[in-house]
Write a protein of this length. Structure first.
Length: 172
């Protein structure tokens, strides 16, 4: 007993193959084929990170939670920043930073149209300074945030949001 060793690897494989052979023999050819067809269905399909993130429809909520920072957004989605960049390139055709900046400025435009000051909108949307906010806003919309206030001359308000109207179309 002391000197005895267990079965070798070869013996174990032979025994397993005999068991499998007897199972398939009992099932018959049709049973073995149905078993092969059912096996893949039992294994859950692996979903890629891109599919998980792309399925998310509440991007603005995630952007606000992440304070409009790509690193925090990646952390909220449980993926790396690089993977987030790949997903955004494929889904939105831009980088996460550009997409977040556009969302940030669009939300600021809505806040200003509803009566927020530029300073309050900048603070609410996590811009570093008011000057930084005004500079980024102007890059995106081509006009300063003050032009989008609720009572500005030269603006046409539609659905509660102010938009610029070309001077030749403006009627006083």
């Amino acid at each position: 007993m002391l000197g005895e060793k267990g079965p070798t690897t070869v013996e174990k494989l032979e025994r397993h193959s005999r068991v499998l052979y007897s199972v398939f023999r009992r099932l018959g050819k049709a049973g073995a084929l149905s078993l092969q067809k059912e096996t893949p269905k039992m294994i859950p399909k692996k979903i890629s990170a891109h599919e998980v993130v792309a399925r998310s429809r509440d991007w603005e909520r995630l952007a606000k939670q992440a304070e409009f920072k790509p690193a925090k957004l990646a952390m909220l989605c449980s993926i790396s920043e690089r993977q987030l960049q790949r997903i955004f390139k494929k889904t939105f055709n831009c980088t996460p930073r550009i997409w977040l900046r556009n969302i940030q400025c669009r939300l600021a435009k809505e806040l200003i149209a509803h009566g927020y000051s530029t300073k309050a909108a900048a603070a609410e949307l996590h811009f570093a300074t008011e000057a930084h906010f005004c500079r980024e806003f102007k890059k995106i919309f081509g006009a300063s945030p003050q032009c989008f206030g609720p009572n500005q001359t030269g603006l046409f308000s539609q659905d509660g949001l102010a938009t610029l109207v070309p001077a030749d179309q403006f009627v006083q």
